[in-house]
Design a protein around this ligand. Structure first.
Ligand code: ZN
Ligand code: ZN
Length: 258
């Protein structure tokens, strides 16, 4: 006899199976710091206190960053003047260069469920930008959405978790339903800049223009690479009537010439 498994039972079974796999993984590969590889006896964290403190102490306040020409530019500009008229996402602040340590740490956040990392970076952003002039103008925080299928598969949207903590700390409302991803695109990871812009074009849509109209928006993502995703999201938000879109990410590429 074939027993039909109802959706709730199926997700319970999936949860049990996932728990079993996690226990097995812990037994075979005891938790260790992703940065110095020392064992972490007190459980599932990404890094030991020393490595985490060193990583965060290296994050300093910085000027807005342009992912197109990979340079900083003065805070008083709305966007990079060198790239005015090109497909640039507009004003963007990024907490840190993607050093080898940042890459390891964010990898643990994005792919291995170390979701506590989102709160740590939100606290750092608050420390750096709580008194910054741009933050006072923001009406709403919007995370870059994942396609629902990818969200379901991963179990969380790393940009949304970061945005949720920012919303709480800065006391600015978050809207994670207005901007939607209508197409599930292939991963941008192995694409060059031109391919990334083409791959992401027309992927986003607005579900409710009224919630966007005349709003000053802080668009949030975990990592910026070429700026293609932020450009496409900010274009979609502006077309729906947003009066300003400023972006904030955790990681960014190296500044050229440094
Ligand atoms: Zn360590
Ligand atoms: Zn530029």
């Amino acid at each position: 006899m074939i027993t039909e498994i109802k959706p709730s039972e199926s997700s319970n079974l999936r949860g049990l199976f996932k728990g079993f796999l996690e226990d097995l993984a812990c037994f075979l590969y005891p938790p260790h710091c992703v940065l110095c590889r020392k064992p972490l006896p007190d459980g599932l964290r990404a890094a030991c206190d020393e490595c985490r403190d060193e990583l965060f102490s290296n994050i300093k306040p910085s000027l807005p960053y342009c992912p197109v020409c990979r340079a900083f530019y003065p805070d008083i500009f709305d966007g990079c003047r060198t790239c005015a008229g090109r497909k640039s996402p507009g004003k963007l602040y990024a907490l840190s260069e993607m050093t080898a340590s940042m890459r390891e740490y964010l990898h643990a956040y994005k792919y291995f469920g170390r979701v506590e990392i989102s709160e740590q970076f939100a606290h750092k952003a608050f420390e750096l930008y709580a008194r910054a002039p741009f933050i006072k103008d923001i009406d709403v925080i919007i995370p870059v959405p994942l396609h629902p299928r990818k969200h379901h598969y991963r179990g969380y949207n790393q940009a949304e978790l970061f945005a949720k903590h920012l919303s709480h700390l800065f006391d600015i409302p978050m809207n994670c339903t207005a901007l939607k991803r209508k197409k599930n695109t292939k991963s941008q990871t192995y694409l060059n800049a031109i391919e990334r812009y083409a791959n992401i074009k027309g992927v986003f849509q607005i579900s409710n223009n009224e919630s966007i109209k005349n709003k000053r928006i802080l668009l949030v993502d975990d990592i910026v690479t070429t700026g293609a995703t932020l450009y496409e999201c900010s274009k979609t938000l502006r077309r729906a009537g947003a009066s300003q879109v400023i972006s904030l990410t955790i990681g960014r590429p190296t500044v050229l010439g440094q």
